[in-house]
Design a protein around this ligand. Sequence first.
Ligand SMILES: [Zn+2]
Ligand SMILES: [Zn+2]
Length: 153
Amino acid sequence: MTRDLAAFCDYLKTHGLKLTASRRLVVEKLAGTHGHISADDLLDLLRRDKTPVSKATVYRTLSILEESGLFDGHDFGSGRKLYEPVVGRAHHDHLYCINCGRVIEFEEPRIERLQQEVVTHHQFTPVYHSHKIFGYCADCRDKTAPQKGGDHV
Ligand SMILES: [Zn+2]
Ligand SMILES: [Zn+2]
């Protein structure tokens, strides 16, 4: 049993929920991805494996996982959440390509430090933060950004 699955099992037990065969399949599949996957993409992966898991089960399991704090569901707009494991991972923030949906992770101690200064200044107790930058990745920038005209640079 993987660490994610074991932790999920514990969470279900303490909340009076059952680890059904299909919930187990969802968690195992999710743990095998590298994160930043949407419910629909996860459903596609399961269907490709000819795994009989309903859409409702995938959505429900993901929401339990998010409530449990084992996985983060990042909302990158248009109601599409991308899930990634939290346990055993260092804090990081995200760059999101609004053209191809690519997610790039970054960790910048200077930004973290500045954020800490801001909350201290406001005597604010932070619980979590999520820093997202939306734009175009290097591949998409060349395809979508308006070309700089030589005369107008
Ligand atoms: Zn892109
Ligand atoms: Zn991430």
